[in-house]
Ligand binder design. Structure first.
Ligand SMILES: Cc1cc2nc3c(=O)[nH]c(=O)nc-3n(C[C@H](O)[C@H](O)[C@H](O)COP(=O)(O)OP(=O)(O)OC[C@H]3O[C@@H](n4cnc5c(N)ncnc54)[C@H](O)[C@@H]3O)c2cc1C
Length: 387
């Protein structure tokens, strides 16, 4: 059977792209190595969605199903220990909309799954673990580990940060380790968060408190590998008291969900296409979660395809050239920004720590710079550069 496109990977980006391509009126097949949708798996991540991502989800017809699970972010406050200076970005400085929203990953995945099941243009094929891929002049053939083969005009690889397709096609990838682990959980706290997202840069990595219900926040605590293993091994009380010590500003804390950990690394693919295959989402770029931007970036890959007029999809060299060129700036700048933030704040020098404090204070007094940074954080800068 031949499709207009096959999306490999039923994670958040793959399903979003499947929906986008189906809404363009093309025949899509979505395959995933797993039997069940990811929403049934236990994934404790709560994702920060930029305002720009909400607009994309509205276009995909998903926002109505999500809005009841979305908690708004009205302000972002960045701080470091032993420093009075902190920088804060407020949504009201740039307009009436919140800066972004927090949504549990499982709700997002479920809403995507429900929506794609209704799409008449989409064939869902699971489990289908791609084990062979052949790029031909006019089509791509994909074969599963059970020997089933499908043919497609275009292949979108949304198979995650360890992308089998990327390595199978030998696509040049710059990779770097962070030697850090992200620990996620949720907490109830004594004081209200007032819709503020806190990013507190500890010497070994950032600790984020992200607003959910009034007295509840999602935590992303990034630590060096060994320290993270220690934190994961602690009993609940031990973990709670270290968390409290590291960030006392919301009063007494109570853990409300199990801890989960994610090893962190980064990668960048200078040319995310080969033949008729296009990398999207984490397969195409891997960034540190410090600014909560990985899925936002992947969703902007999806939005790019959604925006293209249909004639572009029939001209492979135009599609390849445009995708590579238009997405490069957004991907590269977000990768550099997140990497730079991690390196800047994890440097142990006390002089640098002082300079960071001064820099944060200074930023607060430069309304133009703050507005610019706030719009960037909201994902409303117009991520793709159309040249
Ligand atoms: C701690 C942490 C916090 C984060 N917080 C945020 C945040 O606040 N905001 C944000 O925007 N981003 C955040 N991110 C990033 C975000 O989670 C990812 O960018 C996003 O989930 C990637 O989705 P994806 O669909 O590209 O890949 P994945 O979710 O990895 O999906 C890949 C899919 O491909 C399938 N697959 C793999 N190989 C094959 C194969 N050979 N054949 C068939 N199928 C295959 C897998 O089964 C899987 O379903 C965070 C990440 C971490 C680690």
């Amino acid at each position: 059977m031949e499709f207009d496109s096959v999306v490999v990977g039923g994670g958040l980006v793959g399903v979003s792209l499947g929906l986008a391509m189906a809404q363009k009126g093309t025949k899509v097949c979505l395959v995933d190595a797993g039997l069940q949708s990811a929403s049934t798996a236990l994934d404790g991540r709560t994702l920060a969605l930029a305002q720009g991502s909400r607009q994309i989800l509205v276009k995909l017809g998903l926002w109505d199903a999500l809005k009841d699970h979305a908690h708004s972010i009205e302000e972002i406050r960045i701080s470091q220990p032993k420093s009075k200076g902190f920088v804060h970005y407020k949504s009201k400085d740039v307009g009436p909309d919140p800066m972004g929203y927090l949504i549990p990953l499982t709700h997002l995945q479920k809403a995507l799954e429900d929506k794609i099941q209704e799409e008449p243009n989409v064939t869902l094929t699971r489990p289908f673990k791609v084990q062979a891929l052949e790029n031909h002049d006019h089509h791509v053939s994909l074969t599963s580990d059970t020997g089933h083969t499908i043919h497609t005009k275009l292949c979108f690889a949304a198979d995650g940060k360890q992308s089998w397709i990327r390595s199978h096609l030998g696509m040049r990838t710059k990779k770097w380790p962070y030697d850090q682990t992200g620990i996620v959980t949720t907490v109830r706290h004594e004081k209200p968060h007032n819709q503020v997202a806190f990013e507190h840069f500890l010497p070994r990595g950032p600790l984020a408190f992200l607003p959910l219900k009034e007295y509840e926040s999602a935590i992303v605590w990034t630590e060096e590998k060994d320290a993270a293993a220690y934190l994961m091994a602690l009993d609940e009380q031990g973990f709670e008291s270290l968390l409290q010590e590291s960030f006392p500003h919301l009063g007494a804390l109570t853990i409300t969900s199990p801890r989960q950990s994610y090893p962190l690394s980064g990668h960048f693919v200078p040319s995310p296409t080969k033949g008729r295959t296009f990398l999207v989402g984490d397969a195409a770029h891997g960034i540190h979660p410090v600014a909560g931007q990985g899925f936002n970036l992947g969703l902007r890959d999806v939005a790019w395809f959604l925006q293209q007029p249909s004639h572009v999809f029939t001209d492979l060299s135009l599609l390849t050239k445009r995708y590579t060129r238009h997405r490069r700036f957004d991907v590269w700048s977000m990768t550099a920004l997140t990497h730079g933030l991690v390196k800047l704040f994890s440097h142990p020098s006390s002089t640098l720590s002082h300079l960071r404090g001064v820099g944060m204070e200074l930023t607060n007094h430069l309304p133009f710079v703050k507005r610019l940074l706030t719009r960037h954080a909201m994902g409303i800068m117009g991520g793709s550069r159309e040249t």
